[in-house]
Design a protein around this ligand. Structure first.
Ligand code: ATP
Ligand code: MG
Length: 246
């Protein structure tokens, strides 16, 4: 076990707590005992080389991929053991997910893509479209509201995906390289909007990025190597900052 684990908050204070996650794809061991806590309202950056298991870790934490071993706890609930119906309900309400590779619905406009999670959870069409429009505005893509994903740039699609992840007011957002298709100025604008949204509603954000400038927006940073999580050098300071804010 990583000795730095002692410094991690205990499961009781974490929003989501993963311990000893293992996940293999054939002979590839994507995760080999990864442990991580996401605390309420914190922005946590996860970095690491390509293929180190970042996306797999995010998918396990969000209940999209079931680990082969280890546990994922959300409050008192074991997500690694939860039924699919429960996991999809969590992804419609408590969690927002931004996948690394495009996942907007191609037949729907940007506005309808963002409104969809609200419609699925019972919000009426007019308020859903109103809220969707406001979230597009916050991420600078209101002008693209009527475009379908195939008609948008990669960066515009990423902003729409972030708007969709946040529109339901989730407790946690899992964002996999959400600024990967943006230049540095646009990336900073998107991060400013994301941090603002997170602070306003105490939403925890797990942010995968390979960009140090993007990771600098986080309260805390960890890195993955060979399928295990290592604390960043500023981890203790980062946790201190979160504690003071909370
Ligand atoms: N569905 C899958 N089927 C087979 N192998 C997979 C699958 N998903 C991930 N892997 C493998 O697991 C390892 C970890 O993949 P993962 O996508 O988690 O890495 P990553 O850190 O997100 O990489 P990147 O920075 O390139 O996105 C890689 O070797 C990858 O090839
Ligand atoms: Mg990845």
């Amino acid at each position: 076990m990583n000795p730095r684990d002692e410094q991690h908050p205990t499961a009781a204070t974490a929003l989501i707590s993963a311990r000893g996650l293992k996940k293999s794809y054939g002979r590839t061991e994507a995760l080999r005992g990864a442990s991580l806590d996401l605390r309420p309202g914190e922005i946590l950056a996860v970095t690491g080389a390509s293929g180190s298991g970042k996306s797999t870790l995010l998918h396990c934490l969000a209940g999209i991929v079931r680990p082969d071993a280890g546990s994922v706890a959300y409050g008192g609930e074991r997500l690694d053991q939860a039924a699919e119906t429960r996991l999809s309900a969590l992804r419609r309400g408590d969690f927002g997910v931004v996948f690394q590779f495009g996942q907007l619905i191609p037949e729907l406009t940007a506005l309808d893509n963002v409104a969809l999670p609200l419609l699925l959870s019972g919000t009426g069409r007019r308020p859903a479209e109103h809220q969707a429009g406001e979230w597009l505005e916050r991420f600078g893509v209101r002008g693209q509201a009527d475009l379908r994903p195939g008609e948008m740039s990669g960066g515009q699609g990423q902003r729409v995906a972030l708007a969709r992840a946040l529109v339901t007011g989730p407790r946690a957002v899992f964002a996999d390289e959400p600024t990967g298709a943006l230049d540095s100025l646009a990336g900073e604008q998107v991060m400013t909007a994301l941090v603002h949204a997170a602070r306003e509603s105490a939403t925890a954000i797990l942010l995968i990025t390979h960009d140090a400038q993007i990771a600098a927006y986080a309260d805390r940073e960890v890195w993955l190597r060979d399928g295990a999580v290592h604390a960043g050098s500023d981890d203790a300071a980062g946790q201190e900052a979160v504690r003071h804010e909370g």
